[in-house]
Design a protein around this ligand. Structure first.
Ligand code: ZN
Ligand code: ZN
Length: 455
């Protein structure tokens, strides 16, 4: 037993990593990590610990005011030559897109040796992409505990107006000063809680996939994630008052989530079907050229929606005949028409993914169905052991003031149902929505979702 949860964060990121009973060597090597009040003053130490001499500091106007100005001043006062670049945004939010990446690249000073972002998700993702392209390390001084991408090696980017995940490299330095995070917009604090609450569903569905598809699973990594989640939930009541303990536990939880993903080398510890509501809603918004809400806000709503779905999920008795019948009527033509309807201009990519992944292959389906039926008790155990009490969690989230229904962020029931139906095809990841398809229950659950989405 590794008991990762009992280790201090600085130990989790040790360069030599850990040999785990699961057979994997877990490693998330970072040069510097500090979370707590006043840690911004450690920024010169972080740069030195990273072996860097001249950071290129990237922020936007908001994050410049929140911390960027101070970061540059601290570095210069410590005798570290620093170039500062503020991404112009003309009163709007910056996007994780080509223009911003190009803007940073064009202004980059090649004599710098570190991309030092000051901001949260978007700035960090841009710095990861640019750092990767230039072969330089990146680091981040966080300004909001809003998402779990701080320590992750992927960036959620808009490419040609389509949201995609790019795998590049994780930041080697992270400073999360809770005095600064405390002052983040309340919506960003809610988003951090939403991205953490998602882990209930993520862990449940990771186990489900392990049972049905034999996908790799590590109980030690799952336990680390569970413990971080518990701390966040225990402290969450303090979010509206911006209590330091609440902010600290969210910041730690989000970083641990990144570490857990690095350990497992997959996003499983951190994301399940609830994340697909967010992916699908963002895709729809980009397709319609409309704005979309913060990742963690969408994911928090996705989590509440999934807890409603799991109410019905618990009532299932797997029925082989029903599964076969559903699946017979779902001809390739019918499936393609559904993909075109839900995915719009992303449809060709989704169909290509199916050609490679062959989820719809009858023999593979039959095999999964047999495993589901044989191991139904194990699947139910994952559901009852991982998921929280729906009412309690919902009450907790509502108490913080955060949105919990799609309509509160301008999303219709129709888009919610389409997001659920499309989620199974959006990636090749085995989720509860994939399992429902395998059981021939997608339509039934979609109809149920339409009833309960706004309750
Ligand atoms: Zn392991
Ligand atoms: Zn997330």
């Amino acid at each position: 037993m590794m008991d990762f949860a009992s280790l201090p964060l600085t130990e989790l990121i040790r360069p030599e990593g850990f040999d785990c009973p699961c057979g994997k060597h877990h490693v998330c090597a970072m040069d510097y990590l500090a979370i707590g009040p006043g840690v911004i003053s450690q920024v010169p130490d972080m740069v030195r610990a990273m072996g860097c001499q001249k950071p290129f500091v990237v922020c936007d106007q908001n994050t410049y005011e929140a911390a960027g100005e101070k970061v540059a001043a601290l570095l210069r006062a410590a005798g570290i030559e620093t170039v500062l670049y503020i991404i112009p945004c003309a009163g709007q939010k910056i996007a994780p897109a080509e223009w911003e990446v190009g803007s940073v690249l064009m202004h980059y000073d090649p004599s710098c040796d570190l991309l030092l972002g000051v901001g949260s998700g978007v700035v960090n993702d841009i710095c990861k992409v640019v750092g990767n392209a230039l072969g330089k390390k990146s680091a981040i001084v966080g300004t909001a505990p809003s998402m779990d991408g701080y320590a992750s090696n992927s960036s959620a980017m808009e490419i040609n107006h389509v949201k995609m995940t790019l795998f590049n490299r994780a930041p080697k330095g992270i400073l999360l000063d809770t005095d600064i995070l405390c002052r983040a917009p309340m919506r960003m604090l809610w988003a951090g809680l939403g991205d953490m609450a998602a882990k209930y569903i993520a862990l449940c569905e990771w186990r489900m996939s392990h049972i049905v598809t034999g996908e790799y699973y590590c109980e030690e990594v799952a336990a680390l994630m569970r413990a971080a989640l518990k701390k966040v939930v225990d402290a969450a009541e303090g979010i509206p008052q911006r209590k330091p303990a609440a902010i600290q536990s969210i910041a730690e939880g989000l970083v641990i989530s990144g570490i857990a993903m690095a350990f497992a080398e997959i996003s499983r510890p951190a994301s399940g079907t609830e994340h697909y509501f967010s992916h699908m809603w963002e895709m729809m918004a980009l397709e319609r050229n409309q704005p979309y809400d913060l990742h963690g806000i969408q994911v928090g709503i996705g989590t509440v929606l999934m807890l409603k779905m799991y109410r019905k999920f618990r009532q299932i008795t797997p029925d082989e005949k029903q599964a076969e019948a559903y699946w017979q009527q779902m001809t390739p033509e019918k499936w393609e028409a559904q993909i075109r309807r839900i995915f719009g201009k992303t449809a060709p990519e989704i169909m290509e993914m199916e050609r490679q992944g062959k989820k719809n292959d009858p023999a593979a389906h039959r095999e999964r169905l047999q495993r589901i039926i044989t191991h139904w008790d194990g699947i139910m155990a994952a559901v009852s052991e991982e998921l929280p009490d729906e009412k309690k969690l919902r009450a907790l989230l509502e108490k913080t003031g955060m949105p919990t229904k799609p309509s509160q962020i301008g999303i219709s029931v129709e888009d919610t149902v389409n997001a659920f139906v499309g989620a199974r095809d959006a990636r090749l990841k085995y989720l509860s929505c994939t399992l429902l398809w395998d059981l021939g229950l997608t339509d039934e659950f979609a109809a149920y979702l339409a009833q309960v989405a706004e309750e």
